[in-house]
Ligand binder design. Sequence first.
Ligand code: COI
Length: 380
Amino acid sequence: MGTHTPAGTGAPAVALRPSPAPVPAGRCRALAAEADFGEVLTEHMVTARWTAADGWHDALLEPLTPLRLSPATVGLHYGQSVFEGFKVHRRTADRAAVFRPWAHARRLAASARRMALPELPEELFVAATEALVRQDMDWIPEGDDRSMYLRPVLFASEAHLALRPARACLFLLLAFPTGNFFGASERAVTVAVSQEYVRAAPGGTGAAKCGGNYAGTYLAQEEAARRGADQVVWLDAVERRWVEELGGMNLFFVYGEGDRAELVTPPLTGTILPGVTRDSLITLARDRGLRVTEDRVAVDRWREDCAAGRITEVLACGTAASVTPVGRVLDGDGAWTVGDGTPGPVTSRLSAALAAVHRGEAADPHGWCHLVVRSGRKPV
Ligand code: COI
């Protein structure tokens, strides 16, 4: 059994115990070419355990297998659980680029702190990523619109039902091939403003990537889908007028056109997820000389500024959804169109700029791409 050691830290090495009979590369490639988001997991996973007594230990890459958990597992009852989502893009048959793993490691640690979970050392997060990507490299799809999505989850695995933070936790890193989150890549989506429900309140967990933030939006999402919308727009919990985010994506409003376009995105006040794609787009836009302001946008202003032609485009962004144009907004009995309802030039330009960095077709001045190279080949 080999190991993969996190560079220069006290974090435990990842022991390597891969499948003795790996899925042939041709079969991996066929599955990777077709699978939708979250549908087909790759062949391996990384696990690591934490206890209050021993800290992090037993980091292991092993074949994907069901877990054995006590029915009294804390994470199942009280939702003490956080996760991440990030992507790896194929460069060649033996090289792939993970996008901003250190940023995701930091955000997982921040989410863990908020949910009274132990922080996974960033070096262990990245070592686990390298081990899994190297092992399951044949599952990374080809093609501009496809990639492999990495899903770390950290949850309370102790069996006890008292209300206190768990003293035993489990970290899992899974992977799956994926295409465009919303189907056709250039489709502008319809969003519906939630009047009835709230996603996050000041002082709550809105900035943490915890499971409950997502489960809590499903009912609104189902209701919005019945009205023909793809996603819900969440407003602030206090005044119910400031636009915060979509269910799982951040929003940008584009004012004006061409080189004078300005982007406005809601500020990170604690109720919004600090998106890594949001941060990347702010940087890419500023690199291109576009002005980006972090400011509140009221839902009424969104409607008025679209009607007056001041808002020309709106885009949603997230790891899963990448950069997605918003074409239409439903709000109560009203509705309005953003621009002409189709993807606009600023959205397309930023989307292309981000994709070029992912694929290694553009310079990477911010050092976002973390290259992983495979050493051995397996049978085709
Ligand atoms: C992501 O964009 O990666 C997310 O985590 C949102 C959702 C798919 C869970």
